[in-house]
Design a protein around this ligand. Structure first.
Ligand code: SF4
Length: 804
């Protein structure tokens, strides 16, 4: 359900429980900036306000079907609320919210009051603890002092030492440091990294164009970028031993992922603040703009949270790129920057419609991290020029595709690490059990682990966790299913909890087991292919080679075989629905037999008639995914960038048609993997281009994909016409003439776009070298004329579309 008025739901709630602080940090946005509303609020939140907050959050989660919400207990200094009140707040919130969704409960503190008793309390109440600490003693003492000037450093270090103890390690959420450019960036980083925070966040000091932070806001001055670049360099040098949210967010958003911090990226804001008096406000950082800036005029006693979600000031922060200034909208790093933190854009004459006061710094640090990351990713996966050229020509043999396989292995493992970094505190025991088993088997059975991770829908799962808001909490537990599949394949003895989705335990690469209406099950791997599943609904024992005919609850993944080549016929995986068309359900035995017959015919044809494609396909295609097709006679097929190795199709009319679908879609698979390795187009170029085979204009990357795929389509009909006689040969000749014309035209559009990288230009040149000679091949006049008419019709449609 959408919020009334159309706002997006909140997923994070900052609950102010104490509005005073025992430190007097001079960079604090609560006390030291324009907004002074703290003076008018109650010091401590009332039990009525806590109860109402819990009720409102639960109501909001239920109305929006949220799987999880995060509540951060905040202040002032929240520990000043005292142990008794803290315990009752945690319990009241859990009692109200947990019947509706998962509650990720945290507290953010300056740490000076944190002692063993409070740690025990937070452990018992499952409250994760984040601490503010600005670096080494010198950096911390620049600001984080008591009112009498005394340093807080020793008390905070003592607090962090407590959290690092084995007993409290699980409640240690991380450290938050505010940057001061006068401090030594390397010393700050090392001091913080030595404290082994599960997450490290750097915060730029708050300021606006009216009141810029020290050393920012001047054209050409990039003190903060320079400081952060020094941290990045040290972080890279020491093997990135702690996750730094700012850098990881820049990297993630540069590769299509989502930012983990609201200060970067284009993701809509999902944070609401509830003050000690129950008023609902915007994110705290806006206090820096002007007195009263965060005010919404709403409070939890009189208004549901949906009213706040629909508030114009909150909706303004959910509009993605459309909500940014014109300068930001055209900025080459906008996907990573997102205009910076909302508060930092403020100027009294133009409100928030400006780039960040840190614009120059943000542009520089993002460009730097992107360049370093690109360089870091590529040396391990460079590709010899001849293999690159073979792929550019439209083909590529087993050796060329093996480079793509190797690069994809790194992509998958990097994604898995990212999921781990982001999920470990959110996803609970199922994820942790899967992670532990998988890392154990990575030593004992690395080949099998790789084989399971290479299943196309493992990456699709990881990307869903990282990119889909709210998916991490709901989906991360699938890692246990992945690990269980690897244990069963390798014969590793293991027992772990696995999720149940839509009534099935899913085991990627192996199949699915129907266990009925339950949420989790326990799986015991007993030996190779041998496992037992226990759930509230029953108990199952699957022995090696068990077939569906023998146990109808067990639906193993079938294999299609042809002349020594085998692929999986994947109709069970719970993450397979990531192609552009809906997937088919579990196939009947007869339907599977239909696929087997066509696959044999298709593969024989590919090997015999298309020998330049066959070795690459054999080296990279692992999976055929049946799609649903409710329109008889329509051919549908697809590949997905996040599902390397898979081709999806509805079963076409013949094996020859399936051969065409396979070589066509496998072009997308190859090029998707190649563009994971190399930038072929300028990713920031937003223009749309005419694609001769479509009526709608396409971005350059999509045009490149289509053109590359249509080389195979052209080649298919080129060869096919010589294998046929009579009207069939004429029809194939017309299709050859049609596709060579369109493919050649698209190659020229690409070459003239001005948006190819040098490597992209080389790639397009390779495509042109393949297609150009085909333009000279003779076809019957009737076929050429029909193709010309068809192409002219397309151009007219495009023209009409442009004019409208
Ligand atoms: S770098 Fe500057 S112009 Fe670019 S998006 Fe960020 S704030 Fe806007």
């Amino acid at each position: 359900m959408a919020a009334s008025g159309g706002g997006l739901p909140f997923r994070q709630f900052v609950l102010k429980i104490h509005s005073r602080c025992d430190l007097a940090c001079d960079h604090c946005y609560v006390y030291e900036h324009a907004d002074q509303s703290w003076r008018r609020r109650p010091t401590v939140i009332s039990t009525e306000a806590v109860a109402k907050a819990g009720q409102r959050i639960a109501e909001h989660a239920r109305d929006h079907r949220l799987a999880e919400v995060r509540v951060i207990l905040h202040g002032g200094e929240p520990l000043l609320a005292g142990a008794v009140l803290l315990a009752s707040i945690a319990r009241d919130l859990r009692r109200a919210i947990e019947p509706v969704c998962r509650l990720d409960l945290r507290i953010h503190t300056n740490g000076v009051q944190l002692d063993e008793e409070l740690c025990e309390l937070f452990l018992a109440e499952r409250v994760l603890v984040g601490i503010s600490l600005d670096g080494d003693r010198a950096a911390n003492d620049l600001h984080r002092r008591y009112a009498n000037g005394r340093s807080s450093y020793d008390q905070v270090l003592r607090a962090v030492a407590l959290l690092r103890q084995e007993r409290f390690r699980d409640i240690y959420a991380g450290l938050l440091a505010t940057v001061d450019i006068r401090s030594d960036p390397v010393a700050v980083y090392r001091a913080l990294a030595d404290l082994e925070p599960p997450n490290l966040d750097f915060l730029l000091p708050h300021g606006t164009w009216d009141s810029p932070p020290p050393g920012a806001g001047e054209p050409g001055v990039t003190n903060y970028a320079d400081w952060l670049m020094a941290v990045y360099g040290e972080w890279a040098r020491d093997g990135r031993r702690v996750p730094i949210r700012m850098f990881e967010s820049i990297i993630a958003t540069s590769y299509g992922g989502v930012s983990a911090t609201e200060s970067l990226g284009l993701a809509p804001s999902d944070v609401a603040v509830i003050e000690t008096d129950g008023t609902i406000e915007q994110a705290d950082s806006i206090k820096v703009a002007y007195d009263g800036a965060p005010v919404t005029g709403l409070d939890i006693f009189r208004h549901p949270l949906d009213a706040a979600a629909a508030h114009p000031a909150i909706r303004a922060r959910q509009r993605g790129i459309a909500g940014l200034s014109a300068t930001c909208r055209e900025c080459p790093v906008v996907t990573s920057c997102g205009g910076g933190l909302y508060a930092h854009r403020y100027r009294s004459d133009s409100g928030f419609a400006n780039p960040s006061v840190y614009c120059g710094d943000l542009k520089k640090i993002i460009t730097h991290v992107r360049a370093e990351e690109a360089a870091r990713r590529r040396p391990g996966h460079t590709m010899p020029q001849d293999h690159f050229d073979a792929l550019a020509a439209g083909y590529g043999d087993a050796a060329s595709v093996s480079h793509l396989n190797a690069a994809q292995r790194s992509v998958r493992r990097a994604l898995l690490r990212l999921v781990h970094d982001r999920a470990s505190q959110d996803a609970g025991g199922t994820f942790a059990g899967g992670w532990n088993l998988l890392t154990r088997m990575d030593n004992s059975s690395p080949g099998v682990v790789d084989e399971v991770l290479a299943h196309p829908y493992v990456r699709a799962w990881a990307e869903r966790c990282l990119r889909t808001p709210g998916a991490m909490g709901a989906d991360a537990g699938h890692l246990a299913s992945i690990a269980a599949a690897a244990a069963i394949r390798s014969g590793t003895l293991a027992e772990l909890d696995v999720p149940v989705t839509d009534g099935y335990v899913h085991l990627p690469t192996l199949g699915r087991l129907r266990v009925g209406d339950t949420v989790t099950a326990t799986l015991a791997a007993r030996g190779e292919g041998d496992f037992e599943v226990r759930a509230a609904s029953g108990k199952w024992h699957i022995e090696p080679g068990t077939r569906e005919e023998a146990n109808q609850d067990w639906q193993p993944v079938r294999e299609l075989r042809a002349r020594g080549f085998a692929v999986r016929l994947e109709d069970t995986d719970s993450y397979r629905d990531c192609h552009q068309w809906p997937v088919a359900g579990r196939l009947t035995a007869d339907e599977a037999a239909g696929w087997q017959a066509q696959f044999e015919e298709a593969w024989r044809l590919i090997e015999q008639a298309y020998p330049r494609y066959a070795p690459g396909v054999a080296a990279g295609l692992t999976t055929l995914l049946p799609l649903a097709n409710d329109v008889a006679g329509r051919e549908i097929s697809a590949a997905a960038r996040q599902a390397f190795g898979a081709v999806a199709a509805a079963l076409p009319a013949s094996g020859a048609d399936l051969a065409l679908l396979i070589i066509h879609e496998f072009q997308h698979v190859k090029l998707g993997a190649l563009t994971d390795m190399f930038d072929l187009c300028d990713r920031e170029d937003q223009r749309l281009f005419f694609a001769p085979w479509r009526e709608d204009p396409r971005p350059l990357g999509a045009l490149l994909q289509g053109t590359y795929a249509h080389i195979a389509v052209t080649d298919y009909w080129r060869v096919r016409r010589d294998m046929q006689t009579g009207p069939d040969a004429l029809a194939s000749a017309e299709l050859f003439a049609r596709w060579r014309m369109m493919t050649a035209e698209a190659i020229e559009t690409l070459a003239g776009s001005g948006a190819l990288t040098p490597l992209g230009a080389r790639f397009v040149e390779g495509m042109r070298a393949t297609v150009e000679p085909w333009l000279g091949e003779r076809v019957p006049d009737a076929a050429a004329a029909a193709a010309e008419r068809w192409a002219a019709g397309r151009r007219e449609a495009w023209q009409r579309q442009r004019e409208s």
